[in-house]
Design a protein around this ligand. Sequence first.
Ligand code: HEC
Ligand code: HEC
Length: 505
Amino acid sequence: MYYPFWDTSLSYGMLMAVISILHVFISHFAIGGGLYLVITETFARKRNDQAMLDYLQRLSKFFLLVTLVLGALSGVAIWFIIGLLNPSATEVLIHHFVWAWAIEWTFFVIEIAAAIVYYYGWQRMSARDHLAIGWVYFGAAWLSLFVINGIITFMLTPGAWTATGNIWDGFFNPTFWPSLFYRTGICVLLAGLYAMVVAARSKDVSLKARTARRNAAFGLIGLAIVVPTFFWYWQAIPGDLIANAQETMPATMRTIWESYLYIVLLVLVLILYGLVMPKRLNMVVAVVLMAAGLGYFGSFEFFRESVRKPYVITDYMYGNTLEVAKTAEYREGGYLAGIEFRTGDDGADLFRHVCRHCHTLDGYKPLLPAFEGVDREFIASMVRGSEAMKGNMPPFMGSSGEALMIGEYLHGRTDNRHLSEIYDVEGVQLGQKVYEVRCGRCHEIGGYNDKSESLIGLDDEDYLDLLDMAGEFADEMPDFTGDDEERAALIEFLKTIGKEQGGAL
Ligand code: HEC
Ligand code: HEC
């Protein structure tokens, strides 16, 4: 809350996802591609295979352009965007890992210099020196992964660091080793996939077949490392983080398993066009392979970012930059006092600092539609109880007055007509809508924190009592503040739960 807030209509999550997935897809290739070049060059030199050496030279041009231009630009873009989206978390990472960053950048400079010398050295250097420079490139590139892997894994599993504050505990944290091996596997896989693009353009059919076979071997070896190390990685994440994510975000957690379909696709296509009929390799196949690789690796990164919710640094800082250690301070004095840059509209400032990191008003994960047709007090209760909703949100630690200011801010911008008018429904249908808006975000029928058991088979009197006492069930649960029409419709709907037509709703 020490930084001004960058309020764009763009979604923070999407911006981050697009830029970072592009960057990791390139930067892991930058490492694996180096290994591919030196290993293949060694073989080609031994066999005096000039056609292969020519192909490698072409590949190294493609490699230089992709890694140095796109890799470096997207890397800078990440710094730019995390500084805008979450300056507080960026500050924590820079502050604690300043030497690690310095070391990482040193390796990066060595990597860039070696890549340039390697490319221009094809004709100018002796075979031995050229290969040596290739190995320097790969070594520096992999070491930069080693360093940055410590920082990225720290954000998900800071491990003993949370208690000891010792930077080595944070760096060599519980997911450090599995992630390092996993990412090394990804590097090898991507080297094979990218090289298919260059191989597919080859006019010499015998050369194409030889390179396709080699590329497929890289791809398959990469996958053979990726699959088991993912399980190792999964095991290393504390069980409560996984259990929490599975309970509050089942759909996100399912996508990581669904993404294994990409692996099946990769294995099949690599075997078919790499080993069975490598001469038939063409650009379409190469593009399919790249897309499947991007799809798989993108899902992994999405999983990694999701599983640490509601935190940006587990147990240390929430996704909205609020520090866990300041819980007591916020609970006592509220949030406003700690917001350094104020616009004069307290409701807007609070909304931005507390909710806006993950939600927009009306774009991605929009909040205005979620609060159509409800009253200000209800929105305020939902703000106070956001921890109990599905979605794995940080607890609200501000004062009741601040929750009301957020309620007012959102209420003033959303559609305030009656639910029956907005959705043109009445009776049971209206009741279902009321349930969705006023109960369903914390109690999904047949899903998250389902309360159907307690809601089935009551009589009218019991239902009325239940709604009258709603706010007393739990601190997070709102009072029922809908009008009489909504109350009657909700009760009509509650009576259908578990019945035939209720099940169909
Ligand atoms: C750390 C990220 C994060 C923060 C901060 C956050 N939320 Fe959420 N919220 C989520 C996620 C994730 C979901 C689930 C969205 C989904 O299911 O697609 C969600 C869902 C919701 C929903 C249900 C939306 C729907 O259409 O069903 C509401 C309402 C909501 N949040 C309100 C808030 C409010 C109010 C705040 C601020 C007090 C807030 N959230 C802060 C991540 C966050
Ligand atoms: C902001 C979240 C939230 C909303 C919205 C919400 N509840 Fe709850 N509800 C809770 C919490 C938290 C508890 C108590 C802890 C628990 O069991 O999860 C609870 C408990 C209950 C219980 C007690 C269940 C039992 O254990 O017997 C019932 C019944 C219930 N809610 C029904 C409703 C109905 C009906 C609505 C809509 C009018 C509603 N809730 C809206 C959060 C919410």
